[in-house]
Design a protein around this ligand. Structure first.
Ligand code: ATP
Ligand code: MG
Length: 295
C-alpha cells in the first residue's frame, strides 16, 4: 500500500515537473506545429547538416524548433553538434521518463531528441505504449512551432513510417546519378495523397546543374506518376560545410555568409512564406494519428 502511494506521489511529481518545463518553454495550446520529415534515397547526401542548419535558420525567425533524430546511422545530430545524449525515445517508450527529459538543448536553444533504438520499436508497440507515446508527443507540440525529423536514408519501415506520417517531406538530392535514381525510387514508394514533397538540391556547382537535377526528377514523376514535386531550394558545394562538421558547429553560425548558409536562409524563407500550404498541411494531430495508424 505504502509502495503504491509512494509511486503515485512520484508520478504526480514528475507530471508537475513536466508541466512546469512546458510553461517555461512558452506553452501553446493549438495543434499548429509544422512537421517536416527530411529524407533522401541515398545516404550521405547532407540530411543531418541540412536539418540542423535549417533549424537554426528557423530559430533566427523566432520559431521554436525541435529536431527528432530518427536516423539509426552513425552521423547523428548529437554527434554533428558535439552533444552527448543520455536518454532516447526508447526510455520514453519504456515509460521511464517524459519526452521532455530526452531533450538536449542545442545552439540557439534548439530542442534535440535522440530516437535511438526507440525508432525501431515504434513499429511494434502495444496499445498502452502507443497511448503513452501520443501524450508525450503532444508535449512536444506545445513547445515547438516546427518539428524537423532527420530520417535515415532509403526505404525501410521506420523511415517510411515517419515519411508517411509527416505532412511535408523534404527530399535531399545531390547531382550524383545514384542519388537521383534513389530519390525517384523513394518518391515512387511514398503515398502522395495530401502530402507535399519538396526537393532540396544539395552540393550543386552551378544553378544550371540544380535546375537540371530538379527537372530530371520532376519530369519522371510527372510522366510516370502523374505527380509534381516542388523545388524548395539549392545549396552549393561549399568547403564551409566540412569545416563546420569538423568543429561540430553549424555552418549557419560559424560561417553565416558562406554560400551554403545563403542557400539554407533562402530555403527557410521559402518555408516560412509558404502560408497557403501551411493551412493545408500543418496539423499535429494528423501527424500523430498517422504515425500510430489511428486515423
Ligand atoms: N553543401 C555541401 N558542401 C560540401 N559538403 C557537403 C555539403 N553537404 C554535405 N556535405 C558533406 O557531406 C557529409 C555528409 O553529410 P550529412 O552527415 O549531413 O549527410 P546525411 O545524409 O545525414 O548522411 P547519413 O545518410 O549517413 O545520415 C558532410 O559531413 C559534409 O562533409
Ligand atoms: Mg545523417
Amino acid at each position: 500500500m505504502k509502495d503504491q502511494a509512494h509511486n503515485l506521489r512520484e508520478l504526480i511529481d514528475s507530471f508537475k515537473q513536466s508541466n512546469n518545463k512546458i510553461i517555461s518553454m512558452n506553452k501553446k495550446t493549438d495543434d499548429s506545429t509544422r512537421v517536416l520529415a527530411i529524407t533522401s534515397g541515398k545516404g550521405g547526401v547532407g540530411k543531418t547538416n541540412f536539418t540542423i542548419n535549417l533549424g537554426i535558420a528557423l530559430t533566427n525567425a523566432n520559431k521554436r524548433v525541435t529536431i527528432i533524430d530518427a536516423d539509426l546511422g552513425l552521423s547523428n545530430v548529437d554527434v554533428v553538434l558535439g552533444l552527448i545524449s543520455k536518454f532516447t525515445l526508447a526510455n520514453v517508450i519504456r515509460k521511464e521518463i517524459s519526452i521532455l527529459d530526452v531533450i538536449l538543448k542545442g545552439p540557439n536553444n534548439i530542442n534535440i531528441i535522440s530516437g535511438g533504438s526507440g525508432i525501431l520499436d515504434l513499429i511494434n508497440l502495444e496499445l498502452s505504449e502507443i497511448e503513452n507515446l501520443i501524450s508525450n508527443f503532444y508535449l512536444l507540440n506545445q513547445c515547438s512551432d516546427y518539428i524537423l525529423i532527420d530520417t535515415g536514408a532509403g526505404i525501410n519501415n521506420s523511415v517510411m513510417s515517419f515519411i508517411e506520417a509527416a505532412n511535408e517531406v523534404i527530399l535531399i538530392v545531390t547531382p550524383e546519378p545514384t542519388s537521383i535514381t534513389d530519390a525517384y525510387a523513394l518518391i515512387k514508394n511514398i503515398k502522395r495523397d495530401k502530402k507535399s514533397i519538396k526537393l532540396v538540391l544539395n552540393r550543386i556547382e552551378t544553378s544550371k546543374e540544380g535546375h537540371e537535377v530538379f527537372n530530371k526528377i520532376n519530369s519522371a514523376t510527372k510522366r510516370f506518376l502523374n505527380f509534381e514535386v516542388e523545388k524548395l531550394g539549392f545549396i552549393y558545394e561549399d568547403p564551409a560545410v566540412r569545416k563546420s562538421v569538423k568543429e561540430q558547429k553549424p555552418f549557419l553560425l560559424k560561417f553565416p555568409n558562406s554560400v551554403a548558409s545563403k542557400g539554407i536562409d533562402s530555403i527557410a524563407y521559402n518555408l516560412l512564406n509558404n502560408r497557403n500550404e501551411l493551412k493545408n498541411f500543418s496539423n499535429f494531430k494528423r501527424f500523430v494519428n498517422n504515425l500510430f495508424n489511428r486515423v
